[in-house]
Design a protein around this ligand. Sequence first.
Ligand SMILES: Cc1cc2nc3c(=O)[nH]c(=O)nc-3n(C[C@H](O)[C@H](O)[C@H](O)COP(=O)(O)OP(=O)(O)OC[C@H]3O[C@@H](n4cnc5c(N)ncnc54)[C@H](O)[C@@H]3O)c2cc1C
Length: 276
Amino acid sequence: MDLSAIPPTPITHLSETEAMMADSVSRFAREVVLPRVREMDEAEAMDPAVVEQLFEQGLMGFEIPEEYGGAGMNFTACIVGIEELAKVDPSVSVLVDVHNTLVNTAVLKYGSLEVKKKWLPRLATDSCGSFCLSEPVSGSDAFALSTRAIRTDYGYKINGSKMWITNAMESKLFIVFANLDPSKGYKGITAFIVEKGTDGFSIAKKEQKLGIKASSTCVLNFDDVEIPKENLLGEEGSGYKIAIGLLNEGRIGIAAQMTGLSMGAWENAARKNNCG
Ligand SMILES: Cc1cc2nc3c(=O)[nH]c(=O)nc-3n(C[C@H](O)[C@H](O)[C@H](O)COP(=O)(O)OP(=O)(O)OC[C@H]3O[C@@H](n4cnc5c(N)ncnc54)[C@H](O)[C@@H]3O)c2cc1C
């Protein structure tokens, strides 16, 4: 078949599936999230029932293939979902964003077959994830990170701390960037999977924020955290490439969250003016 005869879909248009996704997430946001927004914001905590519903609706596994229990959709569908959620609650939206665009993508793109088999079904159905790169003295300059990893007979041992980690209170899986060989500079940075409950791993402090308060943002400590070899994500020393690649998608997710937030604010203001 001569594919050149088919005009490409303009990027300003959603496909039928993406438009249906936008409608169904919008309905979910209004019916399930909206009644809880104020309470969650005041409590500075995510309602676990909302997180459970996000999994049930397939919103935590947009791009995870159906064979692993995900929705098997594309990146645009995911972005549309993030935007629709943000119109109602940017906290719920960022939880879905970080989980899908950073964590799920990391496992999909860089996980070994064993890692995929173990984690993708859980990420799609019941286990939230966090992406742990930033540190107190390495934000924009992320690759100056000082968290260290060393090889052990069992696998790797991690020491250090991370800051501003989204979803930390809800997550069961943490993708952690640490330097395995500081003599190589940023080329020593390596990505690891750390499971909640691993000895020496703790959530040290939850930040009190001015907005988007229901989304947890925490300090994490790693004190001789030993993880098995299988928890290496990608190859040793490829962490900086993995982080850059993931952040390219993550930034589009955050842009969708902010676009949704402003559209939601505008729509609310317009509705109130009409009623007034
Ligand atoms: C709510 C929230 C959630 C977050 N979630 C996560 C998460 O889940 N995982 C994670 O790893 N991190 C997370 N972060 C951290 C976030 O990625 C960092 O805040 C970000 O990388 C910026 O780093 P910083 O805050 O240290 O600011 P800085 O790097 O100190 O930057 C401060 C200002 O200086 C400017 N600046 C910095 N360097 C230069 C330069 N060389 N030239 C000119 N200007 C410069 C910046 O543009 C900025 O305006 C989160 C942060 C927040 C606030």
